[in-house]
Design a protein around this ligand. Sequence first.
Ligand code: GDD
Ligand code: MG
Length: 361
Amino acid sequence: MKALILVGGFGTRLRPLTLSVPKPLVEFANKPMILHQIEALKVIGVTEVVLAINYQPEVMLNFLKEFETKLEIKITCSQETEPLGTAGPLALARDKLIDDSGEPFFVLNSDVISEYPLKQMIDFHKAHGGEASIMVTKVDEPSKYGVVVMEESTGKVERFVEKPKIFVGNKINAGIYLLNPSVIDRIELRPTSIEKEVFPKIAADNKLYAMVLPGFWMDIGQPRDYIVGLRLYLDSLKKNSSSKLATGPHIVGNVLVDETAKIGEGCLIGPDVAIGPGCIVESGVRLSRCSVMRGVYIKKHACISSSIIGWHSTVGRWARVENMTILGEDVQVCDEIYSNGGVVLPHKEIKSSILKPEIVM
Ligand code: GDD
Ligand code: MG
């Protein structure tokens, strides 16, 4: 079986992290986002993953070469010369996706995280006999997603409305699809949207089916959702493989600590924290609801909450970093500084406090 992951887009909503690496390579719970997906695809027997890409293909491919061997899965790129949207890339990768087997293939948005119940999706797809299956999930604020109206008993999709302005329903497209090869015949090789131009037509032909995704789901393409997603992911890890979580008197709730990270005396860490490889956390530090990327140095008595600390940054003694502060790569926050929602570009030194949410260039 094959799969295509949509990895285009510039990841602007996840800046400044995406100034250093393409969005799918930004770590989530200590692992590049896209690896969560490739591993899940491998588990259910996918043998080839096509990355539909429109910028920085070298960075992505160099990185993934290593995992091709480790995971024993073929990873290839289908490179656009202009952004083809969410459907055009399927037409472009036609020859890679379709073979004599006539099997359906998976398509994934690169920024969605879940338990990826892909095996269940295959069974669902076989059972309904339609042309395409999509995974849906319930959310409180459907307007920023694609909304699906479906027949509850069969899953048959009656309407698909991308980013509706008025309320149509609260089940939304989770960005995980299983499509028959014939779907590609519906797509022209030009910039086009699967959500706006393809799904509504398949639905009109009564051949689009939706399965309610069991377990958690989040689009982690923006900081606030990334932090919420981390909580949901760690909750699910706690249920399914709790031995991966850190334990000890200094840990509160669900915390993931890379084995090469060093944690000092008298810290209080958690809930919902991920600490990446090579990090040094000195004594008396307080961390909650945050992601600390590889090689970060947190000095004594610093306090970080609801924030993302980019690779190789330093947070000074007694510093207080909170409220969706996002530090890019290699940022130095000096001692005793306060950051309230600062979004700091890579390689900056912060010498005076950031009192209200703002971008520091
Ligand atoms: N190759 C390629 N080329 N990929 C692209 C392009 C492009 O021109 N434009 C976007 N993508 C990729 C993005 O990298 C992402 O993986 C996926 O397509 C969806 O784009 P987003 O920009 O993240 O869309 P969204 O989050 O606003 O909405 C989509 O996802 C929601 C779920 O998170 C839609 O599919 C919604 O219907 C859905 O509910
Ligand atoms: Mg998205």
